[in-house]
Design a protein around this ligand. Sequence first.
Ligand SMILES: Nc1ncnc2c1ncn2[C@@H]1O[C@H](COP(=O)(O)OP(=O)(O)O)[C@@H](O)[C@H]1O
Ligand SMILES: [Mg+2]
Length: 606
Amino acid sequence: MKSFKKILLFAIPYKRFAFLNIIFNALYALFSALSFVALIPMLNVLFGKTPKVDAKPVYKGITNLKAYVTDFINFKIGETLEKDPLAALIFAIALILVLFFLKNLFNYLAMFFITFLQNGILKDLRNSLYVKILSQPVSYFTEKKKGDTLARITSDVLEIQHSFLSIMELIVREPFTIIFTLAVMFSLNVKLSIFVLTFIPISGIIISSIGKTLKKHSQNVQQEQGEFLSIVEESLGGLNIIKAFNAEKLFTTKFFRSTAQFFGFSNKLLNRQNLASPLSEFMGIGVIGGLLWFGGSMVLIEETLSGTVFLAFMTLAYNILTPAKAISKASYAIKKGNAAAERVLEVLDAPNELVDQPDAKNIKDFNQEIHFNNIGFKYDAKLVLDQFSLILKKGETIALVGQSGSGKTTVANLLNRFYDVQQGSVSIDGHDLKKIKTHSLRKLIGIVTQDSILFNDTVQNNLRVGNPKATDKEVVEAAKIANAHSFILNLPQGYDTNIGDQGNKLSGGQKQRLSIARAVLKNPPIMVLDEATSALDTESEKLVQEALENLMSNRTSLVIAHRLSTIQKADKIVVMQDGEIIEIGTHKELIDNESTYKKLVEMQSI
Ligand SMILES: Nc1ncnc2c1ncn2[C@@H]1O[C@H](COP(=O)(O)OP(=O)(O)O)[C@@H](O)[C@H]1O
Ligand SMILES: [Mg+2]
């Protein structure tokens, strides 16, 4: 129930629709009860039982409304009945039609308004989820499966729609229906009404006992959904490798296992849920059976009740069953939806460890230096950087080299504040990164990585990620600096060519040059290049290297390089091993000494 209430908070901006819905539902319920009573004059006409009303009744105020309306209708019908029985019949039928028309009109209006409320909640829920996902630190998703997050934003939100939102209308309407129907029933016959009323709590207890395990089942179903979405997501990402390694069977087995689990879980869930409707209908008809016997004897033996009123009463009693059924269904749906809501709220309420402090500074430019001061950092348990210190002065290019796993990318991640250090500090112009607005920090840094991350969009839009406000001329200028302009012009639609999922319609070197152009367009004072050339062949490497040199000129750069030939011009080369700096110097200084660097260079030139 707690999660349901939290989801309902999303309804606040749409409360005027809720208000309209309540009004029209109340009207609907009222006319729904009245439309059954309208059967009485009609039955009376058919069976010749229309009570005699000799004089046209006078209206004596609201307390006598029921008597007045009944007398008025009976008077009208009685009057015409003598002259033209068919006209009286038509009058009685028209009465029914009008009431049913109004009932359904109000029903539609009630649904009309609640639609905006439901869809509005869905929209805002998805938006909040997306914003939250983007605001989470990178580390959040290395722990979570992407498919699971996908499942939460799609199928869990849908489940919330199917369970919570679709029953919102029931929650308002059905109690109204019950109240109005009961009111009319009491006005027809008190004794019979009390008889019906005693059965409602009994049915309620039986029904809620079945709903108990529904949440658990629903949780299993949603979780498994996340599982198989993860498999699909991974398979699509690694399609080449799955095929090349003939691993289709392996993945198929994994997927089939997951869907088989899903099959089992959802069968359990649905079979239990489906019990609600038949069970309550049968219990309802049990009540009706009792009522038939009880009321029937009042009509036949005691003669305290007229047959026509009893018939109308029966239909009203049946009319109470539908909402009772709907309410039991609603209670099931809430239990089922709770599981989905909890999963969605888990994402929304997840604490964000990397939020800006309230007094965080806005830095506008970079003037002096970046200082890694005695840093200790670990992802999980193992220390990845230990007592790491480095100063990067404005205008300098520093290259980080070393075996893979030595912590180079980690240094770049810390500068971008994808993670926070556990010991020491990273500062820029003397401001600790933890004390400045992350958005303003990232404005100052451009990044090019080994796997150029591109989006399924046009060349132009991919570049504009770097600077959405750039003019066309600036876009072309950036592409030229990145050696990308001429190949872009050769694409079928030039700058408007869609580059496919992850840019897969392009070669590695082309993708790399686009990601360089994107960084050029952003035009930040600091550049971080993480193995930006290591995935390339010699030919495109030359083009890309040139592009990178253009990019780095007049900037401060942190270059992580696998190919040592590309960093010989760096102001400082920092050699790392197991998270520590073992050598530092220019290319010449390091080569002149018997350094690890020299050995690495010699190994690469063989
Ligand atoms: N997200 C992560 N979670 C846990 N450990 C990580 C993560 N990223 C990197 N590591 C570990 O940190 C160490 C340094 O990695 P990294 O900085 O990527 O090295 P390099 O870029 O020099 O190859 C490695 O031992 C690696 O296993
Ligand atoms: Mg790396």
